[in-house]
Design a protein around this ligand. Structure first.
Ligand code: NDP
Length: 260
C-alpha cells in the first residue's frame, strides 16, 4: 500500500478536525517517505498544528501544506489550484471530506440560512472542488488518472425525521458521485464514496450538545451504539486510495455494531 502512495499529492478538505484530520495522519503514516499533503479547512491555525505534529511523527518525508480554504466559497475554490505553490499542483488524490450539519428541525421549522450553509458546503462545495481538480486528472495520458474520494453518510441512504436537509445533501453527494463515475468510465480516474455511520468527532458533539433535547429525540434510534473513531474511517480512505489502479472500491458503508 505504501509503495502505491509514494510520490502522490493528496488534497484533503475539512482536514482541521475529525475524519479529515485522521486521514492526514493515516496517509502520512502509511507512506512516510515521499508524499505531499495539502490540508485545507477554514481554521488554518489548526492545520498548522496538525502539520507540525505530522512532521514530528514521520519526519520530512511528507511535505505538508496547510492551506486556508472555505469550500462553500466558489471564488476561493475556483482559484484554489492556481494559488497552490507549484510543487503541490500535480494533485493525484482529492478527499472531499468537508461537511457539516446545521440545525435539527422538521420541515416547517427548517431555517433557510442553515439549509443554504449545508447545501453550499456539503454539495456545491464538493462539486466545485471536484471541478477544480478534474482538469489536472484529465490532462494525464489515456483519458486521465486520479482519485476522487467523497465522504457521504449513512444519512444519504437512510433519511431520518428531523434531518431532511442534511440527509438530502448526502443523497445528492451519492447521486453526483455515481453519475461522475459513469461519465469518467473511459478514464483511469476513480470516483469512490465512503459513507460512515456514527463517528465520534466535533460534528457529533455539535449534533448532540448543540441542541441536546432535539438531537436526542432525532438520534434516539442510535442509543446504545458505541460510535466509530475518525481513525476507523481514515483507514478505509487510505485503503481505497492505495489499491491497484484497476481496482475501484466504489461504494463503502461503514458503521458501528448496533447502529440501527
Ligand atoms: P468535524 O466537524 O470534526 O469536521 C468537519 C470538517 O469540515 C472540519 O475540518 C471543518 O473545518 C470542515 N468544514 C466545515 N465547513 C467547511 C467549509 N465551509 N470549508 C472548508 N471546510 C469546512 O466532523 P467529521 O469529521 O465528523 O465530518 C467529516 C465528514 O464526515 C463530513 O462530510 C460529515 O458530513 C461526514 N460524516 C460524519 C459522520 C459523523 O458521525 N461524525 C457520519 C457520516 C458522515 P473548518 O471548520 O476549520 O473549516
Amino acid at each position: 500500500a505504501a509503495k502505491r502512495l509514494e510520490g502522490k499529492t493528496i488534497v484533503i478538505t475539512g482536514a482541521s478536525s475529525g475524519i479529515g484530520r485522521s486521514c492526514a495522519f493515516e496517509f502520512a503514516r502509511t507512506a512516510p517517505k515521499n508524499l505531499k499533503l495539502v490540508l485545507t479547512a477554514r481554521r488554518v491555525d489548526r492545520l498548522h498544528e496538525i502539520a507540525a505534529k505530522i512532521r514530528e511523527e514521520v519526519g520530512d518525508g511528507v511535505k505538508v501544506l496547510p492551506f486556508q480554504l472555505d469550500v462553500s466559497d466558489p471564488d476561493q475554490v475556483r482559484s484554489f489550484v492556481q494559488r497552490l505553490p507549484e510543487e503541490f499542483r500535480d494533485i493525484d488524490i482529492l478527499v472531499n471530506n468537508a461537511g457539516l450539519v446545521k440545525g435539527v428541525a422538521r420541515a416547517p421549522e427548517i431555517d433557510e440560512g442553515d439549509m443554504n450553509i449545508m447545501f453550499n458546503t456539503n454539495v456545491t462545495g464538493l462539486i466545485n472542488m471536484t471541478q477544480a481538480v478534474l482538469p489536472i486528472f484529465k490532462a494525464r495520458p489515456d483519458g486521465g488518472a486520479g482519485d476522487i474520494i467523497n465522504i457521504g453518510s449513512i444519512a444519504g441512504r437512510e433519511p431520518y425525521a428531523g434531518g431532511s436537509i442534511y440527509c438530502a445533501t448526502k443523497a445528492a453527494v451519492r447521486a453526483f458521485t455515481d453519475a461522475l463515475r459513469k461519465e469518467l468510465i473511459d478514464t483511469r480516474i476513480r470516483v469512490m464514496e465512503i459513507d460512515p455511520g456514527q463517528v465520534e468527532t466535533e460534528f457529533s458533539i455539535i449534533r448532540y450538545y448543540g441542541d441536546k433535547a432535539k438531537a436526542d429525540a432525532v438520534y434516539a434510534q442510535n442509543s446504545g451504539c458505541d460510535p466509530l473513531t475518525p481513525d476507523d474511517i481514515a483507514e478505509v480512505v487510505v485503503f481505497v486510495a492505495s489499491r491497484r489502479q484497476n481496482v475501484v472500491v466504489a461504494d463503502t458503508l461503514i458503521f458501528p455494531s448496533h447502529q440501527a
